[in-house]
Design a protein around this ligand. Structure first.
Ligand code: IPM
Ligand code: MN
Length: 427
């Protein structure tokens, strides 16, 4: 199998527009040109990236939007083959030459760095930390027509009109802070300072430990971000109440006590938004029993990592779960699922998590660049996915269907093409 979904060499600059070559960079003459850096990564990440490219091409052919796409090969498989996680200069390219980054998946069996870190960590964790992408935004929305895979069979457990929340996971510190920071240093070629050995009273013999630093700065920015999202949404699916839920373990950890106290400070500036606090253990129970109660949820790094895998079950599984990593100056979009080595190369995985991540990218490009065509495209892609799922004809195995990865995305792209054509014909 060709390593590159686009059949290109690493760091090859390619232009997928059929409207001639554009010069990228900040002085680019064409306002609506968006510079996208595609990082396919490992396993099924590569397969879904191919489908993401199809979607971008479909949008280019049917709207005024233009993308300049750069593909960079990277990840654990790339490491096993080349001895590097990605080509030198890749971090800087993502930082300086990209309006948005699109990531497939990182992680491959046996692909581990000599120091024991995940090979490909420079890519996913190095970018999250090094570009300060502090808000990991993971929407949990259940579309009509989704059957939940439970006990090996399909049945509808949760109701589509009662699941629509956004989990905002802190993305730069907490329990993953040391690995994030190490990866970011490695990505930029900066030596990571050695961490002093410590003695922990009551711990004897061999032990391993991970610090879990939670800062005021890190908490403030992500909690503010969660409230801003709540201000823009229309509240919970049950009764439209705007609510930000703070999920922590402040009965046990100091970091969570700080996080919760900052949450309460920020909540005071949002009298129109209801406050709600729960411990993570209880939250996992409420999440499945009464998802309709949740509008926006904000939580620390590891709790958000775990809770969003569970939450993906509500929306039909990992094949449906999209995400954005947002910072003040940069943004990266990726499906929540991993590289699924078991399914890699078979062409069977669900592309919707990736296509929905592209949808989030279009939405954020519209928001940040003021390009209304991006916002239109985002709305149309979301409708296309919603319609595709609710008709239930062409779906992958995880949703009870038999279609291949590309059949699903071809069907969604066809819907997008026709909706864009209709939109621009009447505009
Ligand atoms: C995720 C993944 C990553 C994380 C891994 C690959 C480091 O599980 O995006 O949720 O824990 O953040
Ligand atoms: Mn995860």
């Amino acid at each position: 199998m060709n390593d590159s979904p686009l059949g290109l060499h690493p760091l090859t600059l390619i232009q997928i527009s059929d409207r001639g070559i554009h010069q990228g960079g900040p002085d680019a003459p064409h306002m609506a040109l968006h510079r996208i850096t595609a990082l396919p990564g490992d396993g099924t990440g590569r397969e879904v990236m191919t489908e993401a490219m199809k979607l971008l091409r479909t949008i280019e052919s049917n709207s005024p939007m233009d993308f300049q796409i750069t593909e960079i090969q990277c990840g654990g498989q790339h490491y096993l083959k080349t001895g590097e996680e990605w080509p030198e200069g890749s971090f800087e390219y993502c930082r300086d030459e990209s309006d948005a980054i699109l990531l497939g998946a990182i992680g491959w069996p046996g692909a581990t760095m000599p120091n024991g870190d995940l090979a490909g960590g420079q890519v996913i964790l190095g970018l999250r930390s090094g570009l300060d992408l502090y808000a990991n935004v993971r929407p949990i929305k259940l579309y009509k027509g989704i059957q939940h895979k439970i006990h090996g069979g399909f049945k509808q457990v949760w109701s589509p009109d009662l699941v629509d929340m956004v989990v905002v996971r802190e993305n730069t510190e907490g329990l993953y802070q040391t690995l994030l920071s190490r990866s970011s240093h490695a990505a930029q070629g900066i030596p990571y300072p050695s961490v002093p050995e410590i003695e922990i009273p009551g711990m004897d013999g061999e032990f391993a430990w991970d610090p879990r630093p939670i800062s005021r700065k890190g908490s403030e920015r992500v909690i503010r971000f969660a409230f801003d999202i709540a201000e823009r949404r229309s509240g919970t699916p049950s009764d439209g109440t705007s609510r930000v839920s703070c999920i922590d373990k402040s009965n046990v950890t100091r970091g969570c006590q700080l996080f919760r106290s900052i949450y309460l400070e920020i909540a005071e500036n949002h009298p129109d938004i209801e406050t709600d606090m729960a411990y993570i253990d209880a939250f996992t129970m409420w999440l499945v029993r009464q998802p309709e109660f949740y509008d926006v949820v904000v939580t620390s790094n590891m709790f958000g990592d775990i809770a969003t895998d569970l939450a993906s079950t509500l929306q039909g599984g990992m094949g449906m779960a999209a995400s954005a990593n947002i910072g003040d100056d940069h943004m990266m979009f990726e499906p929540v699922h991993g590289s699924s080595p078991k399914y890699a190369g078979k062409g069977v995985v669900n592309p919707i998590a990736m296509l929905s991540s592209v949808q989030m990218m279009l939405d954020w490009l519209g928001r940040r660049s003021g390009d209304t065509d991006a916002t239109v495209a985002a709305e149309i892609v979301e409708s296309a996915i919603e319609n595709q799922v609710s008709e239930g004809a062409t779906l992958t195995y995880d949703l009870g269907g038999e279609a291949s990865t590309s059949e699903v995305s071809d069907a969604i792209c066809a819907r997008v093409a026709s909706m864009l054509a209709t939109h621009y014909a009447s505009a």
